[in-house]
Design a protein around this ligand. Sequence first.
Ligand SMILES: Cc1cc2nc3c(=O)[nH]c(=O)nc-3n(C[C@H](O)[C@H](O)[C@H](O)COP(=O)(O)OP(=O)(O)OC[C@H]3O[C@@H](n4cnc5c(N)ncnc54)[C@H](O)[C@@H]3O)c2cc1C
Length: 443
Amino acid sequence: MSEQYDYQVLYIGAGHGTFDGAIPLAASGCKVAIVESGLVGGTCPNRGCNAKITLDEPVKVMREVERLNDVLNGKVELNWTGNVEHKQQVIDSLPSMISGLMDSVGIDVIKGYATFKDSHTVIVNDQEITADKIVISTGLRPHRLDVPGEDLTHDSEDFMNLKSLPRDIVIIGSGYIGMEFATIANAAGSKVTVMLHSDKALRRFHQPFVEKVIADMTKRGVKFIYNAKVAGFSNNGSNISVQYGDSEELTTDWVLDATGRIPNTENMNLEKIGVEYNERGIVINDHLQTTVDNIYASGDVIDSDQPKLTPTAIFESMYLMKLFSGKTTDAINFPVVPSVVFTSPRIAEAGVSIEDAEKAGLSVTNSDLSQDWYYQVDKETLAESKQVHDKDGRLVGITEMSDHADDVINSLLPIIELKLDPEEIGRIVSLFPSIGSAAFGRI
Ligand SMILES: Cc1cc2nc3c(=O)[nH]c(=O)nc-3n(C[C@H](O)[C@H](O)[C@H](O)COP(=O)(O)OP(=O)(O)OC[C@H]3O[C@@H](n4cnc5c(N)ncnc54)[C@H](O)[C@@H]3O)c2cc1C
């Protein structure tokens, strides 16, 4: 590094797109700073994955109790206030834990909002900070509908902080956040309506499985309004009225706007210094380098086809660590990145999708998992798996709908990523009985 800069690498944003790689980079002797305008750790630990999965845990338990109702006596009910308090206890210490790791390797964490002065200088709280390389890792924020009365609606973070559960909730949007929160709110006893922009929910997921999950949610009382065309919101006494479709209207207590997430690219002077971006995020090359040579981007804020999820952000920040410390000069080579929606049952998938497999003429096998003895242990009836094999018989894709789908996909990932052949798979001995051994038994 030239002596002329304060730091060798400066990261903007302290989420997974930054810290997983920044910490080992600093530990290897590189002078690193991170600028963060909110909570250290970013979205995932503070208002994303960790918080959501904690709120979901009792739902998973309730489903299991429900299935074993002729074995277990008594009925369980979800205590919403207790659930939100428990979530808070789980996540409260995460920012200081991550800050502690940063401290321990000498990273300077600068609290404030960063804007660019030039390609090597950012301004934070009127102070100029210079760096040889800068990584933009500013993530996404909730998209908000541009309709009258939008200020009466709430975002995903508000939902996870609700002190008491509204009696009636309308969720606009049927992406993974909308569908997961509909599952949780319904299980907790709220009357839930999901309003969809089109005729499909969870567009990235295998639609026959999505339809089965929707049918189950409908049976449990969730109402789905397709092609809703939400036109606006207004106050209706103590309630909110939602206008949609051809002059239709419904009344609710609380509205979640889950219409998507958009990149944090504005108000940083990116145009001035020549960093190109569009509505999908920052434009990068195959080395995560932006249109300005010394500026890189990582995590959700990137314009890329990879799922905008924590594992992608972690992989990208680790790649930049290797690039900056000279451990690689190669282009980023993404592994198979799995996806999951934590509905109940979950849908999880990795590798070649069923739709792509069918187009390519690959073999797709379907297993009704409700017939598998291990799934009968907790009486799962809504459980199905589809596996894609290539022409040489190697497993190249898997999609599962079940309450265990996330664990199953994790256990089978190495087979797909490492392209293991049947003999190599035969060398893997799983614990028995376990969901992993049940999954391996089907390959
Ligand atoms: C409700 C919800 C549930 C989710 N569930 C899952 C899940 O189950 N599994 C999963 O894998 N992923 C999940 N995600 C997605 C996951 O949280 C993100 O993929 C991940 O956090 C991306 O990390 P990041 O570092 O790219 O961005 P972020 O974690 O968003 O970090 C960006 C940081 O940059 C800061 N920042 C922005 N602009 C500036 C600026 N100019 N100056 C200084 N700081 C700035 C922000 O304050 C923020 O802290 C979920 C997300 C949400 C919202």
